[in-house]
Design a protein around this ligand. Structure first.
Ligand code: PMP
Length: 429
């Protein structure tokens, strides 16, 4: 590992992070487990949201990818591609968007770029509303609507951006409010932002549950309440479902469905390809069809990624992994809450389905405890469990296993995590 890490540092950018003191080189995966190049086995409580929506090395996906690789890899949209049309049809069918059109890209960043291109064009405005603590990707335009300073790599911007409150409820002025009070306060904040001069804004872009921002869950209905205000001005709502889509939240297939209103544009990526690079935009035809000239993504919709997406989505639907996320995730959240109720380092356990966050604090305060989060990651690794980290202050543990996680695996992960939190909390008060 050390030798490979040194080689990486010599040739790749310095700003690529290494999550662990000793970096891990993943070698292979199977189900909900991965193995490193030294043969160590880990239960994977993070890869589900990064890439592996259903399971590692899912035979159905491997077969579809292998078959497609042996047939044709040509990606140009000047020719018809059956896998692309079929996946678009299936995504449209489950999208919940009326008269849906689907455009494929190769990443979430590129999907959000495409959504912004559409919205700013439709509205003839480069004013964009985004959420504080948000993350939407790494390109110039995606970074410029990313509220989380840890991921906002430039202060320059192609847009005029205003940030709205509501993404992160754990910290901030409305922390103690009830759900209804919180929604009212955030709506007032949105109205205030609009009164400051953004009434002609193109869109509000938001993650239904903030991912990189630390799995912050707003009250159900918040974005529906926002949508009523946006509609008064014709401002579009873009839901970034890159982390929350495909049943991950358990109760719904899409994160936006907890909010009682339908977005104008939805973006997706990550898990749908189970490791193959698929991103995309869903919008009503009247929005999607507005671009003035040709626009294509060479690798967006490539046959091999579409073949993977088709097999992966079929598996998720046939095996009702959304219901599994609800059941196993619900159980895990409840057990995690009671197992950590007496651990003073745990400030919050939150999330929906198999998207669970644990925010670590200095005991007795709300002060972020990033040292405890780092120590928990290391201790969990030593116990054979991979978890994620996030939040503005790098103090939130992110749990997002593949959606096929079994109850027994959830129990195994919980056992390791509880021990890791206990040790890390004691060592990092
Ligand atoms: N939106 C959200 C909510 C994300 O979490 C991410 C990736 N972390 C992106 C967009 C960007 O996706 P990609 O890395 O595929 O460009």
């Amino acid at each position: 590992h050390a030798e490979l890490y040194a080689r990486r540092q010599a040739v790749l950018p310095s700003w690529l992070s290494a999550y662990y003191a000793e970096p891990i080189e993943l070698d292979r995966g199977e189900g909900r487990h991965v193995y490193d190049s030294q043969g160590n086995r880990y239960l994977d409580f993070f890869g589900g949201i990064l890439t592996t929506m259903t399971a590692h090395a899912l035979p159905e996906v491997t077969k579809a990818v292998t078959e497609q690789a042996g047939k044709i890899l040509h990606t140009s949209t000047v020719y018809l591609s059956r896998p692309m049309v079929e996946l678009a049809e299936q995504i449209a069918a489950v999208s919940g968007i009326p008269d849906a059109r689907v455009f494929f890209t190769a990443s979430g960043t590129e999907a959000n770029d495409a959504a912004l291109l559409l919205a700013t064009g439709v509205r003839r405005s480069n004013q964009v509303l985004a959420m504080r603590n948000s993350y939407h990707g790494r390109s110039f335009s995606a970074v410029s609507i990313t509220g989380n300073s840890g991921w906002s790599t430039t202060s320059l911007s192609p847009f005029q951006v205003s940030y709205v409150h509501g993404g992160n409820r754990f910290r901030g002025p409305f922390r103690e409010f009830t759900d209804a009070e919180y929604i009212n306060a955030c709506v007032e904040d949105l109205r205030d932002v609009l009164d400051q001069g953004d009434k002609n804004a193109a869109a509000l872009i938001a993650e239904p549950i903030q991912g990189v921002g630390g799995f912050s869950v707003p009250p159900d209905g918040l974005y529906g309440a926002f949508k009523e205000v946006l509609d008064e001005h014709g401002i579009l709502w873009i839901a970034d479902e890159v982390q929350t889509g495909w049943g991950r939240t358990g109760e719904n297939f899409w994160g936006w469905q907890a909010h009682g209103a339908t977005p104008d544009i939805v973006t997706f990526a990550k898990g749908i390809g189970n490791g193959m690079s698929i991103g995309g935009v869903i919008a009503r035809a009247e929005i999607m069809n507005t671009l003035r000239a040709n626009s294509l993504s060479t690798f967006g919709g490539s046959p091999i990624t579409m073949a993977a997406g088709l097999a992966n989505l079929r598996y998720a639907l046939d095996n009702n992994l959304q219901a599994n996320a609800l059941e196993v995730g619900g159980w895990l959240k409840q057990e995690l809450s009671s197992a950590t109720a007496l651990l003073p380092v745990v400030g919050d356990v939150r999330g929906k389905g198999l998207m669970l966050g644990v925010e670590l604090v200095r005991p007795g305060t709300l002060d972020p405890n990033p040292a405890a989060a780092t120590a928990t990651l290391e201790a969990a690794r030593a116990g054979g469990l991979l978890i994620g980290k996030g939040g503005l202050h790098n103090n939130v543990l992110r749990l997002a296993p593949p959606l096929s996680l079994t109850r027994a695996e959830a129990e195994e992960g919980l056992r390791v995590l509880r021990h890791a939190l206990t040790v890390a909390g004691e060592e990092n008060p």
